[in-house]
Structures are given as C-alpha cells and as structure tokens.
Design a binder for this molecule. Structure first.
Ligand code: TXA
Ligand code: MG
Length: 320
C-alpha cells in the first residue's frame, strides 16, 4: 500500500466510482456520499435493499456537523471516542448535501470517523464524505481482508485498497448509538461497550429491541450469515465428521475441520478472527458437502456481547 494508491482511489471516488477500503472495524465499500448515482451502485452491487441506510464516513467533527445535528451527548461521545469504532445516528442537518438514498429517506443520518489511516487519507484526499456499508454481499459475512472483498466482488468495477497491516483490523462493525432523541438507544453493539457510553454521557442507555418492524432495516435479525447452517453455543464434546467446528478457549468440539477463535480465550483475538473463520468454515463446508458449522459458547461479557450478537444473527437463516 502506498499513498499513491490512496490518491488514485480518491480520484476514483470523486469520479463516481466505488472503492473498497479498510477501516479499523471491517472493510467498507465506499462512494461519494453526495453523488446519488455512485451511491446507487453500492446498493446494486451489494444486493442491498434500498430501505437500508448507509453510514457516512467523515474526517473531522466539523465535517460531521455539516451533515448531522449534534446534541450535547453526541458531542461528548464524538469528542471522546472519535476517531474510533463508533457510529452516531443524528438528525440530518438542514443544508446537508448527502444523496437521498444514503439515508433511505429517513430524517436521521449515521456518521462516523474511522481511526484507520487509509480510511482517513482516502476521505481527506477525496475531499468529500464517503458513504460506506461493510464490503460484503447483503446479509453475508463482513469482510476483514482485501482477499474477502475480491472473493465476493470479483467482476465488479471496484477499486480495492489493501491493508497490508492486518493487525489494524478489530474485526467487528462499529457500535451504533442513536443520539437523535434525549433517550439514547444502542442500536448495534460493538467494540465500544455500553458501559463506556454510559460513563461518558452519564446516562442510562437502552438497547434496541428488535421487532418485526425494525427501526432501521439493518437491525433485521438475520445478518452476517454463512450459506451453511450455523449452530451456536454448542458445549457438548461433539465429534462429528459432518461438521466444521469452531472452538473457543479449551472447548473440545471436533469435526472434519477444526478451528479455534482464540486458544487462550481472548475476546479481542476472537473478534479479529471471527469473520475470517466463518468464511473459511463456510467455503470448506460447501466444497466438501458438509451441512453444518458448530461454534462453542463465547462468554457474554465485555465485547463478547457484540460477538454473540453477530453469531446469533448469523445463525438465523431467512426461509429456514
Ligand atoms: O464498522 C462499520 O460500521 C462498518 C465500516 C465499513 O464503517 N460499516 C457498516 O455498515 O457496518 P453497514 O451498512 O454494514 O451497517 C450500518 C448499519 C445498518 O444496520 C444500517 O441500517 C444502520 O447502520 N443505519 C444507517 N443509517 C441509519 C439511521 N439513520 N438510523 C438507524 N440506523 C442506521
Ligand atoms: Mg454490514
């Protein structure tokens, strides 16, 4: 990765093209957020429903304030946690120039400042806010490497920026908090945990409870899902040749292919490995005609809450 690549990618963004780029959470599939046609291409290439709004990535709080209206809670959170894996949902600012499909016609907008150097350089050089969902086909496992993006969007007209230092990727999508009302609502858990948000704002924060009519379509219950059936929280000592198994710590599942998210039981290592292992498990299972992936329990503490949230959604299949 050289900065020259970023310069070319910034030009491509300005020219209405799509660029996949690393952020500190997962890879994003970006377009100029002010360019309606470019943004439409994101929805088309991902197969994403038009009703599911995108996150706008910016470079500083001033740029964010041109797009969203910050109340005092939002400002405290932004000043403390940005750049970082946090997305704020805010009322849309009056004279914003964000393309309508970015917000799916809502009167709120999701904004974040990524801590990843390549994301920052790209936005700065393109000199425009960048709308970017995670760089995966809608509903499938998110991408945590350039290889994943290439695998999913082989023939698409996308420029891909590689992050040669994979160590920069945390592995779970940003925490999303709705700050558009006095009552703060945690819409998606992530590496920034509820307790952190509560101590910064001094408020109790409710977690969003999914209903059959979701607040935002991305809160749909099935998401991040492999093609093969995924079963979670498996704590028997299963030995099954018809399974790919993913262990955690000293769990002892055994199958046709055995992986471990973190032998030492470390949740950060687990987050970093999660999507790559799910993808590998899925590909292996499909190739070898294996019909299930089994995952050992992950503790529901700290960032384990976000890991379990993703696993639960990944285990739900539309139509099953
Ligand atoms: O870490 C991340 O957030 C990554 C990187 C690339 O930034 N992006 C990401 O985007 O995860 P995506 O599109 O996969 O997830 C964004 C979520 C969706 O569930 C969407 O429905 C929700 O944010 N969202 C976007 N705008 C919203 C709004 N105005 N109100 C509520 N939810 C919103
Ligand atoms: Mg996504």
């Amino acid at each position: 990765m050289t900065l020259q690549h970023v310069t070319a990618a910034a030009k491509a963004i300005k020219g209405g093209k799509l660029v996949a780029f690393p952020t500190e959470t997962v890879y994003g599939l970006g377009a100029d957020a002010t360019n309606q046609e470019a943004v439409s291409n994101i929805f088309r290439i991902k197969g994403r429903p038009q009703i599911n709004p995108l996150i706008v990535h910016v470079n500083d709080i001033e740029q964010a304030q041109e797009i969203g209206i910050f109340n005092s809670d939002a400002l405290k959170l932004a000043k403390t946690l940005w750049p970082g894996p946090l997305t704020l949902v805010l009322p849309l600012a009056h004279n914003h120039n964000i393309a309508q499909s970015v917000t799916a016609g809502l009167n709120t907008v999701a904004i974040r400042i990524s801590a990843h150097i390549i994301a920052r350089e790209l936005i700065m050089k393109a000199n425009t806010p960048i709308a970017a969902p995670s760089a995966n086909p809608s509903g499938y496992i998110s991408a945590t490497s350039a290889k994943h993006v290439i695998h999913n969007f082989d023939n698409a007209d996308i420029l891909i920026l590689d992050d040669l230092e994979q160590s920069n990727i945390l592995g779970l999508e940003s925490t999303i908090i709705d700050c558009s009302n006095q009552n703060l609502v945690l819409l998606r858990s992530g590496m920034i945990i509820q307790e952190q948000l509560e101590s910064i704002t001094g408020k109790n924060i409710k977690s969003y409870v999914p209903t059959s009519k979701p607040l935002a379509p991305g809160m749909f219950q099935s998401h991040y899902a492999p093609e093969v059936t995924l079963k979670i929280n498996i704590n028997d000592n299963i030995n099954s040749n018809n399974s790919v198994v993913i262990n955690f710590g000293n769990s002892k599942l055994s199958g046709a292919l055995n992986m471990n998210l973190s032998i030492s039981g470390n949740l950060h290592e687990t987050a970093k490995n999660l999507y790559a292992m799910l993808r590998l498990a899925d590909e292996y299972a499909i190739y070898h005609n294996i019909n299930q992936i089994l995952i050992a329990p992950i503790p529901k503490i700290d960032i384990g809450i976000a890991i379990n949230d993703r696993l639960q959604r990944a285990a739900i299949k539309i139509g099953n």
